[in-house]
Design a protein around this ligand. Structure first.
Ligand code: ADP
Ligand code: MG
Length: 744
């Protein structure tokens, strides 16, 4: 029967944390968060926030409305949250399906409180664990010899391995003795949940009710790890507690079916809620110890607690389901964290993985809203999204709990969180309801070989498992040690062909790009050259024009001035001729009358001078003469200053001429460059010829057999030889690992 796909938008819940006493006394309560109803909330920007400032400038609004699948106000209890958010996903988990819940928000918004809670107020994680144990009670598989393997499969452990498992578990529990009292408090408070967590009719809702299934048994394994700075650290590794040892980071690998998993991650089989709580406590202690040792804050890492439930029928594993709870790092942006150097790098990486999560969610949403669009979803760009890719792509349901506080001082960050969640809410998840057979996990033995499936992995299947990108991407850590020798040969063969084709394609593409770029550059240079010469020409013309204008102006000014002064003089001195003569005669008459005139002889000149000096009239003439002399002097000065200005002008002219000469020299240099560009063009044409011949060569190569092992002894050929005769040469990095059955 073909499966029916289930479609629904991702569930995004909002939880608003109550104010703490300190926040209230710091006047953080400014009515920023107003819960309208169970699905709508309004954010009011407080005075002084960046949002308010920009809204005052007319950019953006001061009021924002958001809607959620459900909103939990400050008064809502942990149990109410669990009942209305996680429970349906928990049924899925108990029914063989995968689930993922992540808490998103700034530091101190209540993410850890929501996921883990406190001993008095346990969060969703202890509640899911409690309900799970309650569900499988009486149907627990005691063996401990069936363990999760890779992402979806199971592994059969031999008695030695079981012993190792038991001692590893005992070692962890031995080191948490000192916190036992506290844990028991937690266990007893969550124990109170047991009776209420799954009622009889609720268990009846599950397809595989253990009470009806009868013979079916269950076993629960858990892992607890953190992603810090794009490195994965196991929080259940006991060696962590010793201060001398550096934390070893784990690799994220591909299981060959496109599912990412953490290689060598420790999985612990647990039988009771108490054991689970101890592990949680142990992991938390490790997390904060590592953070303190490195002087880090644990709020900068993502912590992930994963449960795997195996359903066992007789000796067969019917299904493996997975439930992950992810407490994300604080989403505050880098500039607020005031980090330098190492801390800046750390903040960058954390923001990066949250950024990639945001990008993935946006791309998923965009691809869904616009069917024509098929943009790339960057799941593989961060460890976090790589691990959750399968869930986002329909192998389980994901939901998000957004945590916010109501503080005015962190309003802008809170708004940022809300905008992110608004996008997440639009993501549609398509979960195919496949028949159970196709989901059945593969059960492998100690050597990693399937125990239940007939034969090995056929090469066709292998081809489909490992896509081209995965084979060629060096970053992708496909775990080759999982494959037998002949499969490795097949992989190498297919890699070789793909690599050859890829190289050919790249070569042709490179040539084309080079040519295109060369042409574009030449075109650009020619255009700029033309522009420059035009500019120089214009500049030259404008200078010339300016010079001429200035000259004309000065010439006119001088003429005008000369004319004006001449006119002034003329006006001042002008006396009509008749008047002048009459005046003279009058004056002579007066002279004769007042002075007894001697006969005009030798002394007559002295006499005249005497008369002149003794008379007022002559004094006036003398004064006039002085004034005229002074005027002459002024004119002389003016002429001198005009001459000086003329000299300055000719200096400027000189400079302009020099500038012009320089520009002309530049122009000449540019013309030289153009010539050399023409040479480059010629070379380009030659290169075109070479490209054509290379293309022909490529075409000839592709007509021939793609594999010519003797001709080229590349890296792949060496690997191939190494695989066929491993004793003859040094093993390569991939082959050094002998195929292992265990994950550790
Ligand atoms: P985060 O993990 O986001 O940094 P925490 O979970 O550590 O934030 O919460 C910060 C503080 O607020 C803790 O002291 C926690 O106990 C308290 N707190 C958070 N949410 C609630 C809530 N819903 N009710 C009461 N106290 C809360
Ligand atoms: Mg926290």
């Amino acid at each position: 029967m073909p499966g029916v796909a289930e479609q629904q938008t991702m569930r995004v819940y909002l939880r608003v944390r109550p104010f703490s006493r300190e926040e209230l006394s710091d006047h953080e309560d400014q009515g920023c968060v107003v819960i309208e109803n169970s699905q709508a909330v309004t954010l009011n920007a407080p005075k002084g926030s960046a949002t308010m400032k920009s809204s005052e400038k007319g950019i953006g609004m001061s009021l924002h409305k958001f809607s959620f699948s459900q909103i939990f106000g400050p008064e809502k209890t942990q149990s109410e949250l669990f009942e209305n958010t996680v429970k349906s996903q928990m049924y899925d988990f108990l029914d063989g399906k995968n689930a993922l819940i992540f808490s998103y928000g700034v530091t101190n918004a209540g993410k850890t409180y929501t996921i883990q809670g406190t001993p008095k107020e346990p969060g969703i994680l202890p509640r899911v664990l409690d309900a799970t144990f309650h569900y499988i009670e009486g149907h627990q598989y005691e063996g401990m010899d069936l363990k999760p393997y890779l992402r979806n499969d199971a592994q059969y452990l031999d008695p030695d391995q079981v012993k190792q498992e038991r001692s590893a578990k005992a070692a962890i529990f031995a080191s948490v003795k000192e916190v036992r009292e506290k844990l028991e408090l937690l266990s007893s408070s969550t124990a109170a949940l047991s009776s209420s967590s799954l009622s009889q009719e609720q268990t009846g809702m599950l397809a595989s009710n253990p009470t009806e299934a009868g013979s079916s048994q269950f076993t629960l394994w858990v892992a607890f790890f953190e992603i810090y700075n794009e490195c994965v650290y196991d929080l259940l590794q006991s060696s962590l507690c010793t201060k001398s040892k550096k934390r070893a980071s784990l690799r994220v690998c591909d299981d060959g079916a496109g599912n990412a998993y953490v290689k060598d991650l420790r999985w612990i089989n647990i039988q009771t809620l108490g054991e689970a709580c101890k592990l949680l406590q142990f992991g938390n202690k490790n997390r904060s110890a590592a953070a303190t040792k490195m002087n880090q804050s644990s709020s900068r890492s993502h912590s992930i607690f994963t449960m795997k439930l195996l359903k066992i029928d007789g000796s067969a594993v019917k299904w493996v389901s997975e439930f992950s709870l992810c407490d994300l790092a604080g989403s505050e942006r880098c500039n607020k964290t005031k980090t330098f150097g190492e801390r800046l790098k750390e903040a960058g990486n954390i923001n990066n993985s949250l950024l990639i999560l945001g990008k993935c969610i946006t791309a998923l949403r965009n691809n869904q809203t616009d069917r024509m669009k098929n943009s790339y979803i960057p799941f593989r760009e961060s460890k976090l999204t790589k691990l959750f890719q399968a869930v986002f792509c329909g192998k389980g349901k994901a939901s998000m709990i957004v945590n916010i506080n109501q503080c005015a001082s962190t309003y802008d960050e809170t708004l940022h969180v809300m905008k992110f969640s608004a996008v997440a809410k639009q993501v549609v998840q398509v979960i195919p309801d496949k028949p159970l057979e196709s989901l059945a996990p593969c059960l492998v033995g100690r050597d990693g070989k399937p125990l239940l499936r007939n034969g090995g992995i056929d090469s066709e299947a292998l081809e489909s498992y490992l896509s081209e990108e995965e084979l060629l991407d060096e970053e992708e850590e496909a775990d080759m040690s999982l494959l037998p020798q002949n499969e490795l040969m097949n992989v190498i063969e297919s890699m070789r062909t793909k690599l050859l084709a890829e190289r050919r394609r790249n070569l042709v593409q490179e040539m084309e790009i080079r040519k295109e770029m060369g042409d574009a550059m030449l075109q650009q240079i020619m255009e700029s050259e033309e522009l420059r010469s035009r500019q120089i020409e214009e500049l030259k013309e404008s200078y010339q024009e300016k010079m001429e204008n200035t000259f004309e102006m000065y010439k006119d000014a001088i003429k005008e001035h000369a004319y004006q002064s001449a006119m002034n003089n003329l006006e001042d001195d002008y006396v009509p001729l008749d008047e002048f003569i009459a005046e003279q005669e009058k004056w002579l008459l007066n002279l004769r009358q007042s002075v007894p005139m001697p006969s005009l002889g030798v002394g007559s000149l002295q006499m005249l001078v005497y008369i002149l000096y003794s008379d007022d009239r002559f004094k006036w003439i003398y004064k006039e003469k002085c004034a005229i002399e002074k005027m002459c002097e002024d004119k002389q000065q003016l002429i001198l200053s005009l001459e000086k200005r003329l000299m300055d002008l000719s200096d400027t002219l000189e400079k302009v001429r020099d500038g012009f000469m320089e520009k002309s020299a530049d122009l000449e240099a540019l013309q030289m460059k153009t010539k050399s560009m023409e040479e480059v063009l010629l070379q380009n044409i030659e290169k075109d010829g070479e490209i054509a011949s290379l293309k022909a060569e490529v075409a000839r190569l592709s007509q021939k057999s793609p594999v010519q092992p003797k001709a080229k002894r590349g890296l792949l050929a060496n690997i191939r030889e190494a695989v066929t005769s491993p004793r003859k040469c040094t093993p390569t990095r991939t082959l050094r690992k002998t195929p292992k059955a265990t994950q550790r």
